[in-house]
Design a protein around this ligand. Sequence first.
Ligand code: PEP
Length: 250
Amino acid sequence: MRRPLLAGNWKMHTTVMDACHLAAEIGKCSAGLDDRDVLLAPPYTVLSEVAHVLQGSAVLIASQNVCWEEKGAFTGEISPTMVKSAGGSAAIIGHSERRHIFHEDNEMINRRVHGALSFGLIPILCIGETLEEREDGKTLTVLEEQVRKGLAAVSREDMERSVVAYEPVWAIGTGKTASKEQAQEAHAFVRNLLTEMYEKNVAESARILYGGSVKPDNVDELMAQADIDGALVGGAALDAESFCRIINFT
Ligand code: PEP
């Protein structure tokens, strides 16, 4: 049995006050949910405040990206030890906004995955095709390349603590969700690929999240799919009521 993981990515939203308020609301509505994990990825500026507000709760904290180096001349980056010292235990890596707006490629993303792993953070590796790639029939080829390159040289032991998030680019922030069939097809494909790259029991226990306009009214049917183990939520994670409904999926 894979433990569901519901993750909220706050992107470049929230002041210190907004973040503390939102975290407190989510902390309240996640209390007692002991059959699933809840994770928040706030902006770097509020990582420690959010961790402080959620102290004593089971909510996990992640950064929205992470560098492969521990420290040094890397202006604008955040290191794995900084994330850990602020209370984080995971890092989102390879989000489509990093790939498409900031031109991060699979090689850089792989370095970030290794950076996270070597300092004990759980990497959440995001993958996903653009609309053009889907319409050209290239979805599975793109996913395979992103998984193989993103996880290059990741050991079996490290894969056991890693998470993959399938986020079709055309569904992120657009209000268009992949149908449950489209999402399930992609997730099953990724799980088969993990079986080829590692072995069946590693693939069977790997958590694969779906992201792309997850909302209170579609979370239940997405979570009912055999290979969907959780959600990575953007817009709806900024509204306490919506996110609370999502983490309480049935
Ligand atoms: C995301 O940012 O990863 C995301 C899926 O955003 P949204 O839920 O707004 O589509």
